[in-house]
Write a protein that binds this ligand. Structure first.
Ligand SMILES: Nc1ncnc2c1ncn2[C@@H]1O[C@H](COP(=O)(O)OP(=O)(O)OP(=O)(O)O)[C@@H](O)[C@H]1O
Length: 303
């Protein structure tokens, strides 16, 4: 296993930020590590990268403990922290050379790796500038190049696309997808659409505890719910549909509704029965799969 979080707990003063959490990530996968603000994501990632010590538990990187072998494990991990700390007075190349030096890289190996990272991260036009002169998106790219310079096996990205413009978003997501080949990538983000685009596996943490851990497709199936969009000619009453699921109006005329049906086939059957019983004239009906955003909402609100 590439990364194993084992019964991890962390207490800050009186507060238990992590409460006995465990999960695993495999090579070739992007694992979405999700949770509301303050859930414990950054704390977990900081422990996995050796920046912080746990109170209990361990993280293993390719079988090695971050507590017992901090040097060896830190060489296997590349980390882009949430606030991407960079030296603004350094030139891009100078900075990458400095970081490479911290991993004992030097000479031609380091120089060719810097060129490789500059190309991979789309930094060619900015490579001769000082980091302080770069836009937010290009600073993120420098942060990614920094996380990747030593060719780590496990890459941990904490909200890598926050604050990027729509064009940068597309490019950075493509870059994340590209670098995930043959690596283990942990991606923490609040953008559920991004998780749907990039991740295979999802772990959701809430108040320091794991509340869901599964393949994204299984999580969607297991939620059992689907959304039914319905429009008729007549004015509707919400209470006709409340036994079927959560219902809300979709227009001010109150002729269109959305129902989050509790059980998909049964819910559809019951909806048609209501239409028949009330003698309503159907204009359109549509079934939508629930998206991750509504599943996230459901899981983190109820736990
Ligand atoms: N150094 C610290 N001292 C005290 N409490 C802390 C410290 N770092 C984090 N915490 C608390 O631990 C909890 C988990 O914080 P953490 O930063 O891990 O959450 P997060 O899931 O990354 O949140 P966000 O999505 O807002 O970045 C929070 O309640 C936070 O206030």
């Amino acid at each position: 296993m590439s990364l194993e979080v084992i019964q991890l707990s962390k207490i800050y003063g009186q507060q238990k930020a992590l409460d006995n959490i465990s999960f695993k990530a495999e090579k070739g996968q992007i694992l979405g590590f999700l949770g509301p603000n303050g859930a414990g994501k950054s704390t977990t990632m900081k422990i996995a990268t050796g920046y912080l010590l746990p109170d209990e538990g361990d993280v293993k990187i390719h079988g090695l403990s971050v507590l017992e072998k901090p040097k060896a494990t830190s060489r296997m991990v590349g980390y882009l922290p949430e606030h991407n700390p960079l030296y603004l007075d350094m030139y891009v190349k100078e900075f990458l050379s400095f970081i490479g030096g911290l991993y004992s890289m030097s000479g031609k190996t380091l120089q060719s790796r810097i060129v490789e990272m500059i190309t991979l991260c789309g930094l060619e036009r900015e490579a001769h500038k000082k980091i302080g002169q770069l836009s937010k998106g290009y600073r993120q790219r420098v942060g990614l190049a920094k996380a990747l310079i030593h060719d780590p096996k496990v890459i941990i990205l904490d909200e890598p696309t926050t604050g990027l413009d729509p064009n940068q978003l597309v490019e950075i997501r493509k870059l994340i997808k590209d670098i995930s080949q043959n690596k283990t990538l942990i991606l923490s983000t609040h953008i559920m659409q991004e998780v749907e685009m990039l991740c295979d596996q999802v772990v959701i943490i809430n108040k320091g505890k794991i509340v869901a851990a599964d393949q994204l497709k299984n999580l969607k199936q297991a939620s059992g719910k689907s959304i039914l969009l319905l429009e008729v000619e007549e004015k509707l009453e919400l209470e006709w549909f409340t036994p079927i699921g959560e219902v809300s109006f979709q227009n001010k005329e109150q002729t269109a509704i959305q129902i989050a049906v509790n059980d998909s086939p049964e819910g559809r059957k019951q909806t048609l029965q209501v239409l028949q019983k009330k003698g309503l004239t159907l204009l359109s009906i549509q079934v939508k799969e629930r998206n991750l955003e509504s599943i996230f909402h459901q899981i983190t609100q109820s736990s």
